[in-house]
Design a binder for this molecule. Structure first.
Ligand SMILES: Cc1cc2nc3c(=O)[nH]c(=O)nc-3n(C[C@H](O)[C@H](O)[C@H](O)COP(=O)(O)OP(=O)(O)OC[C@H]3O[C@@H](n4cnc5c(N)ncnc54)[C@H](O)[C@@H]3O)c2cc1C
Length: 229
């Protein structure tokens, strides 16, 4: 069977590992971090993800949608608090009848996807291995591993190494390859809210408090804890 090398074992990398694993390709994932399983949330990563229709239908194709739904909270409604306005409970915009967004812990989803990908015997994750360069002439992926450098070859190479992709950086040297990046001028922060009594806030509702220059959002998790941002 053909082989695919995947640089990055985050959400996109591990979903791809599932897809190619299912097609019986030989899959090797190079992930620069250590194995996230058995660990708490990763620093610097947002705690919760809101999965919309596209993410859920991708998971459905893999036969994983129902299991993932059990791990999250389906959100269909929102309450918006603004100065001098009465809060109103409304349907989330853009949802068709029966649709919802699923809020889910990013770290747990990532662990789950790696476990699912590894159920295919033809999928192998190599942690603590950083794909540094894609050599466009030799078609080799150069990977830094703990015990030296690997020059890996595959029929297909997928760059799933996130927003600061090393593979993209090496492709920038190829003529005709364009890239531009723009930072938005707002800040973002995840909040773990330690509340003694969250019973006023209910799961399944997206809460937001808004002023001119600040939006605080809160979601009730499956275990009744609160995540805010
Ligand atoms: C604050 C914030 C909130 C977000 N909220 C949502 C949301 O609610 N819903 C939603 O759908 N999306 C959300 N997103 C977007 C979502 O996080 C991204 O679309 C998603 O993480 C992209 O997945 P990825 O696998 O491409 O990248 P990442 O999740 O960044 O994973 C990249 C992986 O590659 C590894 N890696 C990096 N470089 C290398 C390398 N050189 N070699 C090997 N491995 C490498 C990293 O360690 C990481 O595991 C949010 C993003 C941010 C920043």
């Amino acid at each position: 069977m053909p082989s695919v090398l995947i640089a990055g074992g985050g959400l996109v990398g591990s979903v791809n590992a599932c897809f190619f694993g299912k097609r019986r390709w030989n899959v090797i994932v190079y992930e620069s971090r250590s194995d996230p399983r058995g660990k708490e949330n990763e620093k610097g990563k947002s705690i919760n993800l809101a999965l919309g229709f596209r993410a859920l239908s991708t998971l459905e194709t893999l036969g994983l949608k129902e299991k993932v739904i059990e791990m999250g909270v389906a959100v269909k409604e929102k309450i918006r608090y603004e100065e001098r306005k009465l809060p109103v409970l409304e349907k989330l915009r853009g949802l068709n009848e029966g649709d919802f967004i699923l809020t889910i812990n990013r770290h747990k989803l990532c662990q789950f996807l790696i476990n699912e990908a590894e159920k295919y015997q033809n999928v192998k994750f190599n942690f603590n291995t950083k794909a540094t360069i894609f050599d466009t002439e030799k078609h080799i992926l150069i990977v830094d591993a703990v015990d030296g450098q690997i020059h890996a070859k595959g029929d297909l190479i997928l760059a799933c190494d996130g927003a600061h992709s090393s593979i993209r950086r090496s492709l920038l040297k190829v003529s005709g390859f364009g890239f531009n990046q723009k930072y938005i001028d707002i800040g973002y922060m995840d909040l773990s809210l330690n509340v003694h009594n969250s019973s006023d806030l209910k799961p399944g509702i997206h809460y937001s408090w808004r002023t001119n220059d600040l939006i605080v959002v809160a979601l009730v998790n499956r275990d009744q804890s609160l995540t805010g941002e």
